[in-house]
Design a protein around this ligand. Structure first.
Ligand code: PRX
Length: 672
């Protein structure tokens, strides 16, 4: 039935159509969108499925310039696999050199500083090319070679892009650490990667203040005995510079040659490392390949964001996150696009800064995270009303499930009911987007990420390894041939790699760690998948298995709620009960009435078994740099247990207050 209604809507499709007024909303693209989109024929799914290897080989050829082409497309040696064996390319070459003929005067990067009295910077392709070449030569002069790891602790400034591309040009591996991570976190990552060079800035602007970096990292450089540190003078804080070790970026490139031959890298050479948290222990250095990663970044940017000539593309993702790598920098430049970077806080000087930037530059595509959307929503829709957002054509969401209520606000208020929302599901490990609906095909269902992209062999399996039925939930996996951009290992940690990803169903099935539900929606023979959250976020209440996400979804339907996190709290009789951490809208008072509403909506939407055992009204919840709630901390709080390493929290200021609210009485001391 769905299929018939869907195709009818597709035919009708002048504007968004609700598939069934009594059920959830399902939106299909308008004719105008379809006409403009790079991909509008659902046959692509079938074609890719028939022969995924051939499909990717053709697409990779189309997406990149290759110096040499190998004979073999794909090989496997579980749990490892390779793509485009023997082919040679270079990511920086593909981002820059090949665009010089057609668009050397086009803006490659538009950079908006946080201070409103400072000028923006616009780097054309020609200018970016020159800076990258010079800095690549500077890196070589500092002794950096192909296969060396270079750690970055850098804000969102143009030099971060220049340095990353320079590493790519010479085949060095950048390992970018988010600036909200602590110096200790930088140390662990430098140590693990064996970096002899750190690239940083003296400081940067965030929330109207100067955040310093260089002075904070100095003790670490001493401790590690690091050979070299390159410092961008961003905030004029004049940090101490150690003779022979510390070099200012500008001085370093001043006299460098403006051409550096791009290294002809093997498709399967390592392109970069990016550290991310696993289920246990220290962060892991995820290894990505050069060729397949680049092809995936190029193709998915084109397909998913439907990037076109003259588009201004605004991704709010920081370079410390995989989203920054693939979709703030490489993806748009590989396509010859214009990427818009903003240095600072969305609340500075007012909570309309992003809307202001969209208006100022006429941004067409806007990609951000649900947590940010919820926070800005909390500030009130009034902040949007005064801005002309008519340039926007497409919206994107990433990083966590976006609840239908937030989806609709994003759709109606930011997209003015005009722009499709691509809810992109993927991971640091996948390197690029895995599941999402395509703008020229659809459908878009609030709260549902979408189908696997063409050529991606995903599935949702039950505990025995069998694919689940429609409307059933299970574990999200990939099957061979594996996505071209999927990680190629964990740096120096084969056992970790195997245990984390290849043990759930053996070494021929990649397990993502996420739960998913096959929805009744389908496109091109592919089911749309709703991501229900990490598998480890599961509660056992009186023997009943309940998803945190399920309860959270129910509670976030309440108008009073901005954000909610649910974790298991130990209970004498029931084993566990849900503990609710709720953030209320600024104009809502804590009351018994709202408590009752939460209990009732959970009982109503999930069932009496899910009745919360504790409700905490909190000012904020701890988050990682990518905005995800650090549940481990909340879980520890409610069971008076260990809280784990919190150096990765991007908002540590809320931790102490949370401990007070939950009357934490565990082994940890609060000295934040
Ligand atoms: O749980 C999924 C969630 O974020 C995890 C990956 O996090 P990270 O490696 O930090 O990369 C985030 C940026 C790609 C996944 O395992 N996740 C990511 N995107 C979505 C999502 N959950 C639901 N919907 C999404 N669109």
């Amino acid at each position: 039935m769905t299929k018939n209604v869907a195709s009818k809507n597709e035919e009708a499709g002048k504007k968004w159509v609700k598939e069934d007024p009594d059920k959830e909303d399902v939106y299909w693209p308008s004719e105008e969108l379809k006409k403009k989109a790079w991909i509008s024929d659902p046959k692509i799914y079938k074609k890719a499925k028939e022969d995924p290897k051939k499909f990717w080989a053709e697409k990779a050829k189309e997406a990149l310039d290759w110096f040499e082409e190998g004979d073999e497309i794909y090989e496997e040696d579980p749990p490892y696999f390779n793509w485009f064996i023997g082919s040679k390319t270079n990511l920086a070459y593909n981002c820059l050199d090949r665009h010089l003929e057609d668009r050397r005067n086009q803006a490659a990067i538009i950079w908006e500083p946080e201070p409103t009295d400072e000028s923006n910077r616009i780097l054309t392709y020609q200018e970016l090319y020159r800076e990258v070449n010079k800095f690549a030569n500077a890196l070589k002069d500092l002794g950096v070679e192909k296969g060396d790891a270079v750690t970055f602790w850098m804000p969102m400034i143009p030099e971060t892009a220049i340095a990353a591309l320079a590493c790519q040009r010479i085949g060095a591996w950048h390992s970018i650490v988010f600036t909200a991570f602590s110096p200790d976190a930088v140390k662990d990552r430098m140590d693990d990667a064996g970096s002899e060079l750190l690239i940083t800035a003296d400081g940067f602007y965030r929330g109207g203040k100067t955040a310093t970096l260089k002075e904070k990292i100095d003790p670490i450089l001493e401790e590690l005995g690091t050979d070299n540190c390159v410092v961008v003078n961003r905030a004029g804080t004049e940090p101490e510079m150690k003779e022979g070790r510390d070099h200012y970026f500008d001085e370093l490139i001043e006299d460098k040659e403006s051409y550096c031959e791009p290294e002809k890298l093997d498709a399967e050479d390592t392109g970069f490392l990016l550290y991310t948290s696993g289920t246990t222990g220290k962060p892991k250095g995820i290894k990505h390949s050069v060729g397949a990663y680049a092809a995936q970044a190029a193709l998915t940017t084109k397909w998913v964001f439907d990037l076109h000539e003259n588009d201004v593309y605004f991704s709010t993702a920081d370079m410390g996150w995989i989203t920054g790598h693939s979709y703030s920098l490489y993806g748009p430049l590989l396509n010859g696009g214009t990427t818009l970077w903003y240095e600072g806080s969305p609340y500075y000087p007012n909570p309309d800064r992003w809307w202001d930037i969209i208006e100022k530059y006429g941004a067409n595509i806007f990609y951000t995270a649900p947590t940010a959307i919820r926070a800005l929503r909390q500030k009130g829709s009034d902040w949007i009303e005064d801005h002309d957002l008519s340039s926007l054509r497409l919206l994107g969401s990433v990083g966590e499930p976006i609840d239908p209520d937030t989806w609709k606000w994003f759709f109606n208020k930011v997209g003015e009911g005009r722009c499709p929302i691509v809810d992109t599901y993927w991971q640091t490990e996948t390197g690029g987007i895995l599941l999402t609906s395509l703008p020229g095909i659809g459908p878009f269902v609030p709260g549902v990420a979408g189908p696997a992209l063409p050529g991606i062999t995903y599935d949702v399996l039950d505990a025995t390894g069998e694919p689940v039925d429609v409307n059933e939930s299970g574990k999200v996996v990939q099957k061979p041939p594996f996505g071209i951009g999927l990680l190629r290992g964990v740096y120096k940690a084969h056992e970790k790699y195997k245990a984390e990803y290849w043990s759930e169903y053996g070494d021929k099935i990649y397990f993502s760690g996420d739960g998913g539900r096959k929805t009744e929606h389908e496109v091109g023979g592919n089911r749309l998948i709703e991501i229900t959250g990490r598998i480890d976020d599961v509660l056992e209440v009186s023997g009943h298995r309940l998803g945190s996400a399920e309860i959270e979804d129910a509670i976030s339907d309440l108008d009073e709620i901005v954000e909610v996190a649910v974790v298991p709290k130990p209970h004498d009789v029931k084993g566990e009960v849900p503990a609710v951490f709720a953030l209320l809208k600024s104009d809502v008072e804590v009351s018994e009435e709202i408590e009752e509403k939460i209990v009732n909506i959970v009982r109503e939407k999930v069932g009496p078994v899910a009745t919360p055992g504790a409700i905490y009204f909190v000012p904020d919840v701890p988050r990682t740099e990518s905005g995800k709630v650090i549940r481990r901390f909340l879980k520890g709080l409610v069971k008076d247990g260990e809280l784990g390493d919190m150096t990765t929290a991007s908002n540590p200021e809320c931790l102490k207050e949370l401990a007070e609210i939950t009357e934490y009485n565990g082994p940890e001391e609060f000295e934040f």
